[in-house]
Ligand binder design. Structure first.
Ligand SMILES: Cc1ncc(COP(=O)(O)O)c(C=O)c1O
Length: 424
């Protein structure tokens, strides 16, 4: 696809494309959306369910509460606005600090500078890839208002340790569950453990609205603040729980993060398929992980005690260069791709982005939390995570695999690894 550049000439532009189809059609029967989703959007359109908290939106939110065990949940335009609502819900504001893993997607933390608070990055555990509670402890200051527990790639953080820190310090724990729809920790659904939680329902997520999000909590006042920030004109007589904010109904703060009902209708159809999706993705991933025991060079990521993974947004493995003659990870990834196994290294660490490394004059006139006193980051600031990240290798996720799929993927990987000494 092309678009007109500012100079008027046609240039190739990187446009985000969601194919919704598996990269391995011969091994994976999965299709992200189908007839049922289309029918739902069609029926809702004819019912004029096109704005606000329609019946379908309400039903979806009720089902979300049931799935997650959260007392309160409301839909938003995307996961980023859900996180914005969650941070606002737990009172993140000017001068605060929010501790976030340096290894996550930028949207986990992007709302924080816009609340005039400063992101403080922390190391991840090199075995589980999840936020390291010990390092979080070291970074707590009197300004810390929240910690973000990101359940990356469908894995789950050490929630007991993070909640202990929250209890001891009075700091709120916000769960970013955008990769882990339906995951559990010690018998409790993710999202119901911290003080607030957010999910993305973006097009590639295990429950997709195309674009959408959900923010949830068990705390009535946190919920009221969440509703105040994004649910303008949707809250009249319905959403708010405590007397504290009633006088602000129905407009709240006038900020509008309301989801499009058609997207939520599609997500409602997808939610009904989540348990099956998790069973199939999870079954395939576990089978491949077990098979890696016989293949040198790759080892599964560990999970914390009591974790039942869910969502499985990505399939990271640890690459052990010492087992393959110190072949660089990038070369192995290229060789696997050439052999038809689509692999990658996932996304980069946040402290390497100029935005966080050097800071940014967010509001002009040298104002905002990322300039002035802001110290920024440099390479070497997160030695554990940098080392771990350099040798992550993502294998393909199959969502509706044919019976033999795991074996076939393992076979292709084995063939490449066995000839690793010939990779240039
Ligand atoms: C970990 C994580 N958090 C937050 C988000 C933001 O979600 P959205 O794209 O729906 O705004 C994403 C999106 O991919 C994500 O991966």
């Amino acid at each position: 696809m092309t678009h007109e550049s500012q100079q008027g000439s046609k240039v190739a532009a990187p446009i985000f494309v969601q194919s919704g189809k598996s990269e391995f059609p011969e091994l994976d029967q999965w299709q992200q959306v189908g007839h049922d989703e289309a029918q739902m959007a069609y029926d809702m359109t004819l019912r004029n369910e096109l704005s606000g908290g329609t019946e379908t939106v309400r039903e979806f939110e009720a089902q979300w509460r049931e799935m997650t065990g959260c007392k309160y949940a409301v839909t938003t335009i995307n996961g980023t606005s859900a996180l914005y609502s969650a941070f606002f819900g737990v009172n993140v504001g000017p001068g605060d600090e929010v501790i976030c893993p340096v290894y996550t997607w930028i949207c986990t933390i992007s709302p924080v500078p816009f609340l005039h608070a400063t992101p403080v990055f922390a190391e991840s555990d090199p075995e589980t890839l999840m936020l390291d509670p010990q390092d979080v402890r070291r970074r707590i200051t009197p300004k810390t208002r929240a910690i973000v527990a990101v359940h990356l790639w469908g894995c789950v953080c050490d929630m007991d340790a993070l909640m202990d820190i929250g209890r001891e310090t009075g700091v709120a724990v916000v769960e970013d569950c955008s990769h882990a729809h339906g995951a559990m920790y010690k018998g409790r659904p993710v999202g119901s453990i911290g003080h607030a939680a957010a999910w993305s329902l973006q097009g590639s997520k295990p429950v997709s609205a195309g674009e959408g999000g959900v923010v949830a909590t068990n705390d009535a006042e946190v919920f009221d603040r969440m509703a105040m920030i994004g649910q303008v004109n949707r809250i009249a007589g319905l959403d708010l729980q405590t007397p504290k904010y009633q006088k602000h109904q129905p407009l709240g703060t006038g900020i509008k993060f309301r989801a499009h009902p058609l997207g939520i209708g599609i997500a409602k159809v997808q939610l009904a398929k989540l348990a099956e999706l998790n069973k199939r993705r999870g079954g395939y991933i576990e089978e491949v992980e077990a098979g890696l025991a016989d293949i040198p060079g790759l080892r599964p990521v560990k999970t914390h005690e009591g974790v039942q993974r869910g969502g499985y947004y990505g399939f990271p493995t640890h690459y052990m260069p010492e087992e393959l003659g110190r072949l660089p990870c990038k070369k192995l990834i290229a060789a696997l791709n050439a052999a038809g196994v689509r692999t990658g290294s996932g996304y980069d660490l946040l402290h390497r982005l100029p935005y966080f490394a050097e800071g940014f004059d967010l509001f002009g006139h040298d104002r905002g939390p990322l300039c002035g006193e802001y110290k920024g980051y440099k390479e070497g600031d997160f030695p554990v995570t940098e080392k771990m990240h350099a040798n992550l290798l993502f294998l393909p996720v199959l969502s509706d695999p044919v019976p033999d799929a795991a074996r076939q993927i393992l076979e292709r990987v084995r063939r490449v690894v066995e000839n690793a000494d010939q990779i240039r």
